[in-house]
Ligand binder design. Structure first.
Ligand code: SAH
Length: 458
């Protein structure tokens, strides 16, 4: 059935941009029907051409910027928008922070929770060069080995040297490694034919320790000239502490395989968060913006109101970053996490820091909560930091049974946060402080926040 849409392909329009989508694209409306136009901002008058039409929305391309937004910053390099490295790179930082605050407000309004306050987003002083980790695909482009980033929604590599939001030492390291790989004529892996050797370069650098880890991820078990390549990387990357070869022979989108060989130095690097030492291996999850992670956790800890007498559960604990930071201020901490390797790291990290009032369990948070409840555990504070899909309903129900006085909700997705707040309200909790967004990913559309929920009436 053919549906009549208010616009057609190749149509040219002059319009005003009325909104900014969650992906950071400007929104033009024709009879309530949205057209998404990359690189346009609310308030701008634009000329566009419609490039794609679907039943519920269309895409357009900017052909002329008639009136500029005062919030626009000039971005010389459009590749940052095209690749999704910095989808908000054309927006002034203060406006980015307002956009993130506003996104939570809007979702609350839609859920009829507009009585809840959202505080201004905590931003960074220097909102660039913050990432402590890079994973960069290696591809053959016009016959040459290139490193860069994929164009949004594709596997077309755009060669890039300055990644804008990564630690500049990491950018430098990637270029150095790229040049060495070129010198030894290493073949990039080709997804279509399944041929070639090198897939990805991963680089991490400790924010406090400055220790650098380079991981070469290959399709093949061997990398040709690996001894020469190792010698040159060691000679040219001054802060190198760990050089690892990871083999990922599967035809998959997954980045890393399960097997690591240390080519030189240590198998891991170290860094600190809130004064606690962490060991980071190639496969560990570790927060990518250390400065803002400290502020995020500090906010969560302050809001938990700990004085050393409380029992705390950290669900979704990963390698125990929040648990270990909280342990100093609590009587006992319980952490649960679904990935066994992360729990192994969490236990090692506890040991390394001499922290003993802590117990880590492998499991699904929702199931483990029910088990703890059955075993009679009575937490005072529950901290949750779930992935984008938010909390399992059973976890919220178990919380209603266990009745911790406070729940601190660290969220990376405002949509599931708002849904879960509603569910917590059904269990006798309500939000007692303005929701605090903390900008963990400047120049991108990600929104992180801390919400405090408390029990009432008992
Ligand atoms: N708080 C940690 C990790 C947060 S990321 C940190 O800051 O480092 C969310 C974590 O939840 C991931 O480690 C993921 O493996 C874990 N996870 C996902 N689903 C889960 C579930 N159902 N139960 C427990 N953990 C889960």
């Amino acid at each position: 059935m053919k549906v009549k849409t208010p616009v057609y392909k190749k149509q040219r329009l002059t319009a005003e941009v009325v909104d900014l989508s969650y992906q950071g694209n400007g929104v033009v409306k024709v009879d309530h029907y949205p057209i998404f136009v990359p690189n346009t901002l609310p308030g701008e008058k634009v000329e566009i051409v419609v490039t794609k039409v679907t039943r519920n929305f269309a895409w357009g391309k900017l052909t002329k910027l008639i009136e500029k937004s005062p919030d626009r910053v000039s971005l010389d390099d459009m590749r940052y928008l095209q690749t999704g490295i910095a989808p908000l790179g054309n927006l002034k930082y203060e406006a980015q922070l307002r956009f993130k605050q506003h996104q939570i407000q809007e979702l609350l309004e839609k859920a009829h929770l507009d009585n809840l306050q959202v505080a201004p987003t905590m931003g960074m002083e220097k909102p660039y060069g913050y990432r402590n980790k890079a994973q960069v695909p290696v591809k053959l482009v016009k016959g040459r080995l290139e490193t860069g980033f994929y164009k949004r929604g594709s596997h077309d590599l755009v060669p890039i040297e300055n990644f804008l939001i990564q630690d500049p030492v990491i950018d430098q390291t990637i270029t150095t490694v790229r040049d060495i790989l070129r010198k030894y004529r290493i073949q990039p892996y080709d997804e279509e034919s399944g041929r070639g050797c090198l897939r990805t370069i991963m680089v991490r650098r400790g924010y406090y320790s400055h220790e650098v880890m380079v991981v070469l991820i290959s399709k093949t078990k061997q990398i040709p000239h690996v001894d020469d390549i190792t010698r040159e990387i060691v000679a040219q990357v001054p802060e190198l502490k760990s050089l690892v070869h990871n083999v990922n022979s599967k035809r998959t989108n997954k980045l890393l395989g399960d097997v690591n060989h240390t080519l030189w130095g240590q198998p891991t690097i170290n860094d600190q968060l809130l004064g606690i030492d962490f060991t980071i291996s190639p496969l560990s999850f570790y927060q990518v913006n250390p400065q803002q992670t400290e502020r995020l956790y500090q906010t969560a800890i302050e809001n938990a109101g700990l004085d050393g007498s409380q029992t705390v559960i950290d669900a979704y604990c990963g390698i125990g970053t929040i648990s270990l930071a909280v342990a100093k201020h609590a009587k006992k901490v319980y952490g649960v996490e679904i990935v066994p390797a992360a729990i192994q790291d969490a236990k090692k990290n506890a040991q390394k820091n001499g922290i003993t009032n802590i117990e880590f369990v492998v499991g699904k948070a929702e199931e483990q909560m029910a088990k703890w409840q059955a075993a009679g555990l009575k937490p005072d504070v529950l901290i949750v930091d779930p992935p984008r899909k938010g909390l399992g309903e059973e976890l919220i129900e178990a919380t209603g049974q266990m009745k911790p006085a406070k729940v601190i909700y660290v969220s990376c997705n405002p949509a599931t946060l708002v849904r879960d707040i509603q569910r917590f309200m059904e269990q006798g909790y309500h939000v007692t402080k303005p929701i605090q967004p903390v900008d963990q990913f400047p120049q991108t559309t990600h929104v992180e926040s801390v919400t405090v929920l408390e029990r009432t009436g008992e």
